[in-house]
Design a protein around this ligand. Structure first.
Ligand code: EPU
Length: 338
């Protein structure tokens, strides 16, 4: 294990924020992780994996651990299902492609989500009608204080909308080292209910889609709306879609009868934050190098050299404007390193 000094974190976060790490080391195995956590001369440690769901607003004093644990393993299978264990540092989309190549179903709607597999359970990644929790079996995580490996099953992870135990009571206590999924080998359960997927399949003339067709449709939709972080720094949806009660929703609908919405449960509705932000006039706006994406207002972008503080300033401005106009509080989805 090699400790480097004064490293730019620009290549390690998808926003492309040029913050400095005072010390930095690559974690290539479980033993590296144990050793690094025991380095008491660096009391401040920041764990970084794909860097796709974080906004770094300052230089990092202390040690950055870059999780580079690799490997995909078939644990067991029967005629219908396969259990796959993936190490935390595997790129999410590359793993999705690996499963599609073998005709394993379950991850196709989650194609092209940036980031690594180990961070996927933290915010229960989701897209186009599917969430990670739907195919999740367990994850293994290292206890930061004791350096022991613990298995967390689905119930223990307390998954919610872009939420889990690891964002709440478990925050900063564990480092996920691997994730285990249950995928189908045949009779794949396809999820095409999310409106735009069906439109996309129709456009391609596909009547009886397979999992690869769904993946291709999702990739096409994402590419049309969401910027590629390699071209334009971003962290996907910066905000969560706010969930309101049916009473609040009824009041909102009187003023905005044409607003899009999703019914979440009998008493709750989700209003797309992208729509709220667009109504406030922010879509496509740019303030220096910090901006709001032109095709999806939920995505904040770094046009080149924005600092994390500038992006955060814009985010706060948006939160305030949405609150003023609609009386609705939107909250960031990304992890902000303040
Ligand atoms: N909308 C606007 N203006 C915008 C953006 C959206 O009016 O600038 C409207 C759309 O017209 C549509 C509605 O809002 O009626 C929903 O938009 P979209 O389908 O793009 O989805 P979203 O609710 O904005 C969520 C996820 C995305 C995920 C998509 C598809 C959250 C915070 N975001 O976005 O996830 O890909 O649904 O399932 O839940 C991510 O988490 O990083 C992410 C990209």
């Amino acid at each position: 294990m090699h400790i480097l000094n004064n490293i730019s974190l620009r290549p390690y976060n998808t926003f492309g924020i040029d913050a400095q790490a005072e010390h930095f080391c690559e974690i290539n195995g479980i033993n590296d992780l144990k050793k690094a956590l025991r380095l008491h001369e660096y009391p401040n440690k920041l764990v970084l994996s794909g860097g796709s769901n974080m906004l770094i607003t300052r230089d990092i004093q202390g040690l950055v651990l870059h999780i580079n644990l690799k490997g995909i393993e078939l644990v067991t299978e029967d005629e219908d299902h396969v259990i796959i264990r993936v190490m935390a540092g595997e790129n999410w989309h590359q793993f999705v492609l690996w499963t599609l190549d073998r005709d394993y179903g379950g991850l196709e709607n989650l194609s092209l989500i940036p980031g690594n597999t180990g961070t996927a359970p933290i915010q229960n990644i989701g897209a186009y009608g599917v969430e990670l929790k739907d195919i999740f079996v367990s994850c293994e995580a290292m206890d930061r204080a004791e350096q022991g490996l613990i298995t967390f099953y689905r119930e223990q992870c307390q998954f919610g909308y872009r939420d889990s135990y690891f964002k709440n009571e478990g925050k900063d206590k564990y480092i996920i080292t691997s994730v285990t999924f249950k995928l189908s080998k045949r009779n794949h359960k396809l999820n095409t209910t999310y409106g735009t997927i069906e439109d996309e399949l129709k456009k391609e003339g596909i009547v009886t889609p397979g999992i690869k067709d769904i993946s291709n449709a999702v990739v096409a939709i994402r590419k049309s709306k969401l910027p590629d972080p390699k071209v334009l720094g971003n962290s996907g949806s910066f905000f969560k879609n706010p969930v309101v009660t049916s009473k609040e929703f009824a009041i909102f609908m009187v003023d905005y009868p044409n607003a899009p919405f999703y019914k979440v449960s009998r008493d709750t509705y989700k209003i797309p934050a992208g729509w709220l932000i667009e109504q406030c006039g922010f879509k496509g706006k740019r303030y220096g190098d910090a901006g709001v994406h032109k095709d999806q207002a939920l995505v904040l972008v770094n046009h080149g050299n924005a600092s994390g503080k500038e992006i955060l300033h814009l985010a706060n401005r948006i939160i305030e404007a949405v609150h003023q106009k609609f009386g609705i509080q939107i909250l960031p989805e990304v992890n902000i390193i303040k």
